[in-house]
Write a protein that binds this ligand. Sequence first.
Ligand code: ZN
Length: 270
Amino acid sequence: MSGYRLRANVLICGKIEVLTGLHIGGGRGKTEIGGVDQPVIRDPASGFPYLPGSSIRGKMRMLLEYALCLVGLSPRDKREPGSVHECGKPDCPVCQIFGTAAEEGGLGPSRLIVRDAFPDAQTQEFWKELDTELLYTEYKGENYLDRLTSRANPRFFERVVPNSWFNFEMVYSVFNFPEVDDLGMLPYVFQGMRLLEHSALGGHGSRGYGKVRFHLYMENASLPLYKPEDYGRGKIRLPDLDKVDRKTLRTLDGVDVDELVADLRKKLPA
Ligand SMILES: [Zn+2]
C-alpha cells in the first residue's frame, strides 16, 4: 500500500454558552483577589477568564470512557484502575480520537485537537459592564456546616457568570490508516459533546456549576472540510466567530450526525 496520509481536516467550531456559574480553577497565589480563595483561570494578557482546551477535551474523554464501559479497563497506569483508559486497539473510539502513548502503535496520531476557548467580543463587552467586585466574574460563597457544632465554614469560589459565550474550535483529522474509519468515529465526538452538556464543565458540577451548551457553526448544513492541497492554495478561510451571528449557529439538537457524516464522506478524497 502507499504511505499513511492525511485525507482531510474537519472543523468543528462555534460557541460554548455558559448556562450556570462555571469554575475552572486557576490555582492560587498572587491571583488571589477580593478574598476569593478559589480563583478561575485567566488569560494573563487580557485578564479574561477562558476555558482551557484540555478541560473540555479531558471531560469529553472521561464521559465517553464511562459511556463505552472503558473505565477500569486497560488503564494507562496499570496500578491505578481509575487512570485514563488506553488500549490502543484500532476499533477503540477513545484511543483513536484522543490518542494513546503509542506503545501499541498502528493508530496514528490522536484525531481531535481542542483549542482553548476565549470569550467572544459580545461577552467581553458584557463582562466589562458587570457590577461585581471581581474582574469580569462573580464570586459565590459556599457554606460547609460542621456536623458537630453546626458552625458554617464559608469558602469563596470565583465563577464565570451565566450568559457568557466562548468561541470554541476543534479540528478532527481524517487519515487513511488501515482498519480505522476516522469519519465513522466522528459521531463519538458529538456524543462526547452531548454528554458534556448533561454533565458539567469545570468543578462542582454536582452542586450546579458548569452547565454549558454547544452552538455549532455550519456551512451549507455541513462542517467545513479542508483537504491537504487546500492548505497550499490559500483556500483556507476560517470563519471569524466574533462576526458570526449567534442566531445562525445550531444547537446539537438540530444536528443529524449520521447525515453529517454521510455528507462529509462525499467531500472526502479517496
Ligand atoms: Zn482504547
